[in-house]
Design a protein. Structure first.
Length: 608
């Protein structure tokens, strides 16, 4: 089955870890690899699993920095491929279980539990036939991802002749995959597993945009056009000819056929409902999505209620800000004031970048009060390249190199100045840079020695949960003294809280697309166009949007537990080391880790 790739997968090519301060240190892992037989058995099994599965998920391999399979686009929608994949997962789960009772360090136990949960979750997912929904309108749908890769806007390298030859083979695989997608969507029609009408209506223009009379007008030619003299002229001439032939004979026809299929055959059978709850096994499918994305056994109703409570709480805080700045109208009027008054927006891209640089200067001296381990590398601020800016998110972060020689990069989108309001600068800087993703990702990128199954793992609930928790540190770090900047922090948090309401509303409560749009529009400053895009995203990616706020709330609750349990023994620097420096963990393991630490500190007879 095609695996959806989260945006941060691109940034997590080298998820490595460091923990010099925590009770559960990585020393145990490093020592056990050489001296603990049970640990060696476990790590050998996980390494073997990765070697068998990475060629079957070549895009994931590429995003992790493994370029051996850059020529592959496997037909992972085919029945045989899916059967083989399920058999592989079952084979390794059986092998893991037959290892029997292992004598493992606490860190090795984490590896064991992460591997087992991964296998069990993958096996459980096959019952829902996601292969019948292979495409959607979202930016990370395979057809959109293919174009990003080929246009040089993602992880596909285009530096050598072999790189271009690799993509020619990948184009061949993609055209076969698109044919299989049509076959599977026809099966989906028969099974009642189809996309909402509005989603397909958004997909059709995307297909039309990739059909060219002149193949050289395709964005897939961009890397060849930009290669200059880095490859021999003779080879470039050959590649141009092969690209023209491949795009004209296979890629454009594949998009044309899909476009015709969607309009003439699929669209009449699309559903007028919007959530997964309306599909066969839909409620159970959505519950599986919740568990996959949050790593917690939460019910849709509980999440919905939490969202409503959080939205109400944040609105009350926003009203306080409105009164503090002297605004006399309603909260909705305050929203409109912030959206329309020019005083809240920058006049030029340089002003945006200068504002972020100023936040960096102010926050840097405060960091050592809360963190004893910081990345070796600094980060630099950049605007998105002009060719990417229009379709890029508001901001993103790429981690520093593991040796500290290359800084992290915080990309700010200055294409639309209305998308970078002044009041959002501090919260977004904290989220993406310090102490948000820059700390989280770059620190993980600096250690050596953990099993690959740990470094090549990702939890949205962990990554985004940390970044949102980092925003909550703003006042402690000397930020948000300006009430409008504090409003910006609340605005960002409100956005994530509304997601809890809307995602569960759509998939569990049967909300319509318009209900979801109206809820977000009436409760925030978000623009209508942004809301429509967000709601369409939730419709096709159930549960993913829940991870952000769920992760933040979990980390905050763990800090509160530790503070209340330890009193004067609580050490905020150690707490942050425990969260950041043992790599990405699901929430139950993170909770176990914090509680083990609290017990250890509580049992000590001396103060920490």
């Amino acid at each position: 089955m095609i695996k959806k790739i989260h945006p941060f997968m691109i940034m997590l090519c080298f998820l490595l870890q460091l923990n010099s301060m925590s009770v559960l240190s990585n020393d145990a892992v490093l020592k056990s690899k050489g001296g603990n037989t049970d640990s060696e058995k476990l790590i050998k099994l996980t390494d073997k699993y990765l070697e068998e599965t990475l060629p079957r998920s070549p895009l994931n391999a590429m995003f992790y920095g493994d370029n051996r399979f850059n020529h592959l686009w496997p037909n992972d929608l085919a029945p045989d491929f899916i059967s083989q994949s399920k058999a592989i997962e079952k084979k390794y789960l059986t092998a893991l279980n037959t290892l029997g009772e292992l004598k493992l360090t606490e860190q090795d136990e984490y590896t064991y539990l992460i591997f087992k949960e991964k296998l069990q979750n993958n096996i459980a997912s096959y019952q829902y036939h996601s292969e019948y929904l292979p495409l959607n309108q979202f930016i990370f749908s395979p057809h959109n991802m293919f174009i990003q890769l080929g246009a040089g806007l993602s992880g596909q390298p285009f530096n050598t002749v072999q790189d271009f030859d690799n993509f020619i083979q990948r184009m061949q695989g993609f055209s076969i995959w698109m044919e299989q997608a049509t076959v599977n969507m026809r099966k989906g029609i028969k099974a009642g597993i189809v996309l909402p009408t509005s989603v397909v209506e958004s997909m059709i223009p995307q297909m039309q945009a990739q059909t060219f009379k002149n193949p050289m007008h395709s964005s897939l030619f961009a890397p060849l056009n930009n290669i200059d003299n880095k490859i021999p002229k003779r080879e470039k001439t050959r590649l141009i000819a092969e690209y023209k032939k491949m795009i004209h004979n296979q890629i454009t026809p594949a998009f044309k056929r899909m476009n015709s299929f969607l309009q003439q055959e699929y669209l009449p059978h699309t559903r007028k409902t919007y959530g997964y709850g309306a599909l066969p096994k839909g409620k159970k499918w959505y519950q599986h999505a919740i568990m996959t994305n949050t790593s917690l056994p939460l019910s849709a109703q509980a999440i919905h209620n939490t969202g409503l409570t959080e939205v109400k709480r944040i609105h009350q805080e926003m009203k306080k800000v409105a009164r503090e700045v002297g605004f006399k109208g309603s909260l909705k009027a305050f929203f409109n004031h912030l959206k329309t008054d020019e005083q809240f927006y920058y006049k030029s891209p340089n002003q945006v970048l200068e504002a972020y640089e100023e936040v960096k200067r102010r926050i840097t001296p405060k960091v050592n009060d809360f963190f004893s381990v910081v990345p070796k590398s600094d980060y630099i601020l950049r605007s998105y390249p002009e060719a990417q800016a229009k379709s890029a998110p508001g901001a993103s972060y790429i981690p520093a190199s593991s040796d500290g020689t290359r800084p992290g990069v915080f990309f700010a989108n200055t294409y639309n100045l209305k998308g970078q309001p002044k009041y959002g600068i501090e919260s977004l800087s904290i989220h993406e840079a310090v102490p948000g993703h820059h700390f989280q990702l770059s620190l993980q990128n600096e250690v050596k020695g953990l099993p690959k199954i740990r470094t090549q793992n990702f939890y949205t609930v962990y990554a985004e949960g940390w970044a949102l928790y980092a925003e909550s540190l703003g006042k402690e770090l000397g930020m948000f003294s300006d009430p409008y900047q504090y409003y910006g922090k609340l605005d960002a948090e409100l956005f994530r809280a509304m997601r809890l309401v809307v995602d569960t509303g759509i998939h569990d409560k049967g909300w319509t697309q318009q209900q979801a749009i109206d809820y977000m529009f009436n409760n925030s400053t978000l623009a209508k166009t942004d809301i429509i895009a967000e709601v369409e995203r939730y419709m096709v990616w159930p549960g993913q949007a829940l991870a952000y706020k769920v992760g933040q709330l979990k980390i905050q609750s763990l800090r509160l537990f530790a503070e209340q349990s330890l009193g004067s023994k609580f050490n905020i620097k150690q707490f942050h080391n425990l969260i950041l420096l043992d790599g990405p963990l699901p929430m139950p393991l993170l909770e176990k880790k914090i509680k083990d630490w609290v017990k250890h500190i509580s049992d000590l007879k001396v103060e920490v």
